[in-house]
Design a protein around this ligand. Structure first.
Ligand code: ADP
Ligand code: ADP
Ligand code: MG
Length: 670
């Protein structure tokens, strides 16, 4: 076995590889870019080498540098992870030339499977079923059009060198073919440096079912069953599970045999995945399922943990054993499926805005309690910590949640709970969206196909899991609770301006889904609290709350008791409840006992809005608490007052200017 390996990757997969190496007593070397200098994967390894700038082409793709780092540190082998150099046959060859073991298949197998068209020709001769289509070398547009017409519509044009869901166009009718071909070729040449395409019949009600294979240098090859990755957006995987719902023993054996035949056709060694597209005439008719080869990924796959969960194996350990020359640890007849596993990819993106990738800092990053797979059920694979940044340089994946259960139903329930316990503040993520998918009737009953997200859009997008009354009750309760903790006294004693009709009264101003809202809190004679939401007669009643662990149980009027945790981001409260998460903005900075209340003032805009006027000019001496400016937001005026004594150095806006949330309005010197 190796004594030291270099991990030529970053993020969660680098951490994942390092964990197994550590368990096996193998030393690890990390490589990192400028942006990743303090990254989790660097800390996860025993030593680390800086290999260049933040853009992948300046660091993680610079293989001469990476090979030099391996030599300098005395590493014996290189693990490429996925993405980056993992499917680069030149890199695999260069490793060998440098006397290093490439932890992956032989360069010849990467090459043979690297281009979709060539690999399909190879699979054809190995007797693996192919999607009806054209994958010839002749790329004459007239011929391609003719072939698409012959195959019939809808047809799919694919970049032969494509990957990661890019370089694909579905064509609905013959007249659209020429335009789609031109646009596909443009994307292909830009992304993959080659504009060769192939054409496939667009399979109806398609399911993506892939088979994990493993080969060794002694000529053994086994399959570790299937993964269903049908839930996709933009042809990219979102949720993956194993085994595939509805899979029969007979079909599994056939697909397994086809995958092994595919691997053997290229003398495959190590971990690989053969991806099939499966046609079904109806969701609940497994006997109607027909499978066709799509492509082979000659690397470890993002979703490999679901296979680990149902087999109880460590696939990275298998990779290391095979790469060091050992035989596969188990034969086909020793492999078993146990229970059901599901993985959810948590990505920094905005599902409600066409899954636009998001960037930002993980101001809050709270994860579900992970339990080990022998005893428990939840695994979190990630490459980030609270405070880390999701930068535009790399993939938008933040973490993977993997759950295991005796049945699919149990795994689903565990996934929903694990997602509820995943709290991220600071950037948009798909966590709530994933919960909607997991809870949807279609996913729960396994009506799977690659159009599930599109089909179920009405129940998946722009969903409100926590309503306004629940959000208001929670944020008021959390505010009162925090004030009590901060002051160690009755929160009402220091407030002024809310004493009326002999009853203590206090107003809260909110912004909820871009609308101004307000609530009134009354301090009743018996010490109880009564809360009412203005403009909603039904939302009124006694408010009680009790601390529990990191959160509060809140009860308001007749509404069900609700548990919530809260994190402030400026004036915005991020509420996390078992039902879902939401955010609500509290306008008065003094209304919550956060940083603002302690500072007693601010120089920044609490909300996006308009500057109405300045009460001071440059050079003015001001005292803490003195009004500096007036802003208008959500049809209300807000006074910005000095956080401390000082001299106004500069006004950064003029009256009438539109300002963003958090914009600095003026500068104060000591
Ligand atoms: P999977 O391992 O399930 O196939 P993805 O398709 O999302 O997962 O690919 C894994 C990673 O590899 C992603 O970061 C993706 O961007 C990257 N990737 C996949 N194929 C290619 C390719 N041909 N060229 C560049 N990057 C790729
Ligand atoms: P990539 O290299 O980008 O992963 P694939 O060939 O694996 O490309 O296809 C990606 C996804 O596109 C599949 O998972 C599937 O959802 C869809 N797809 C691919 N081929 C077909 C087809 N012939 N019919 C229907 N859907 C397809
Ligand atoms: Mg694929």
């Amino acid at each position: 076995m190796f004594k030291k390996i270099l991990i030529a990757n970053r993020g969660e997969i680098a951490c994942r590889v390092a964990a197994t190496a550590r368990r096996m007593g193998i030393q690890t070397v990390a490589v990192y870019s400028d942006a990743d200098a303090g990254a989790k994967h660097v800390q996860a390894c025993d030593e680390a080498v800086h290999v260049g700038g933040s853009a992948p082409k300046d660091s993680y793709l610079r293989w001469e540098r990476i090979l030099q780092a391996a030599k300098d540190t005395g590493a014996q082998a290189v693990h490429p992870g996925y993405g980056f150099l993992s499917e680069n046959e030149d890199f695999a060859k260069a490793c060998a030339a440098a006397g290093l073991v490439f932890i992956g298949p032989p360069a010849s197998a990467i090459l043979a499977m690297g281009l979709k068209a060539e690999s399909k020709r190879l699979m054809e001769s190995a007797g693996v079923p192919l999607v009806p289509g054209y994958h010839g070398a002749d790329q004459d547009p007239a011929l391609l059009q003719h072939e698409a017409d012959r195959i019939g519509y809808p047809a799919l044009i694919k970049a032969s060198a494509g990957g990661g869901g890019k370089g694909m166009r579905v064509v609905e009718k013959s007249e659209d073919f020429a335009a789609a071909l031109a646009s596909c070729k443009r994307e292909a040449i830009n992304s993959f440096g080659s504009d060769a395409v192939l054409i496939e019949k667009y399979v109806q009600r398609p399911r993506h079912i892939e088979i994990q294979v493993f080969g060794d240098t002694q000529g053994n090859c086994v399959y570790l069953f299937e993964r269903d990755c049908s839930v996709q957006r933009r042809h990219q995987k979102v949720l993956e599970e194993a085994p595939a719902p509805g899979m029969t023993e007979a079909l599994r054996a056939q697909m397994g045999a086809a995958a092994v035949a595919a691997a053997k056709a290229v003398n495959y060694v190590g971990a690989g995945t053969v991806e099939f597209i499966v046609e079904q005439t109806a969701y609940d008719q497994p006997e109607s399922m027909k499978f066709f080869f799509m492509e082979m990924n000659t690397r470890l796959q993002v979703e490999h943990p679901v296979t680990e969960a149902i087999t109880g194996l460590d696939l990275v350990e298998w990779q290391l054993r095979v790469a060091s020359g050992e035989a596969l640890p188990l034969r086909q007849d020793q492999l078993r499926i146990q229970g059901h596993a599901i993985e959810a990819r948590i990505c920094a993106e905005n599902p409600d805005n066409n899954f636009l990738p998001a960037t930002g800092t993980l101001q809050v990053y709270r994860k579900p309690q992970a339990t080990s797979f022998e005893r428990g059920t939840v695994r979190v694979d990630d490459g980030v910590r609270e405070g880390d940044t999701i930068s535009p340089f790399y993939d938008s994946m933040v973490a993977k949640l993997i759950v295991h259960g005796d049945t699919r139903e149990q795994a689903l329930a565990r996934l929903d709970t694990a997602l509820a316990q995943t709290h991220i503040v600071g950037l948009n993520t798909n966590v709530q969206f994933l919960r909607h998918v997991v809870r949807s009737e279609a996913f729960a009953t396994a009506k799977l196909d690659t159009a599930l997200i599109q089909r179920e859009a009405p129940v998946l997008f722009k969903q409100e899991a926590v309503g306004l009354p629940a959000a208001v009750a929670a944020v008021v309760a959390h505010t009162l609770h925090a004030e009590k903790a901060l002051q160690g006294a009755d929160p009402f004693s220091r407030r002024d301006g809310w004493q009326s009709h002999g009853l203590a009264q206090r107003r809260f101003e909110f912004v909820w889904q871009d609308q101004p809202r307000s609530a009134r809190l009354n301090y009743l004679h018996d010490g109880a609290l009564s809360l009412s939401l203005e403009g909603d007669d039904a939302a009124s009643g006694v408010l009680t709350f009790a601390a529990h662990g990191e959160g509060l149980w809140v009860q308001w009027g007749n509404a069900p008791r609700c548990f919530s945790q809260l994190d402030w981001q400026g004036e915005t409260a991020h509420l996390f409840t078992p039902q879902g998460a939401t955010r609500i903005t509290v306008l008065d900075p003094l209304a919550h006992a956060g940083e603002a209340a302690q500072e007693g003032g601010r120089l920044t805009a609490p909300m996006p809005g308009k500057v109405v006027s300045f009460a001071v000019k440059a050079g003015d001496k001001v005292k803490a608490g003195q009004p500096l400016a007036v802003m208008e937001a959500m049809k209300m005026e807000h006074t910005i007052s000095a956080p401390k004594d000082g001299v106004v150095a500069e006004l950064l806006y003029a009256p009438g200017d539109q300002v963003a949330d958090g914009a600095e309005l003026l500068k104060l010197a000591a």
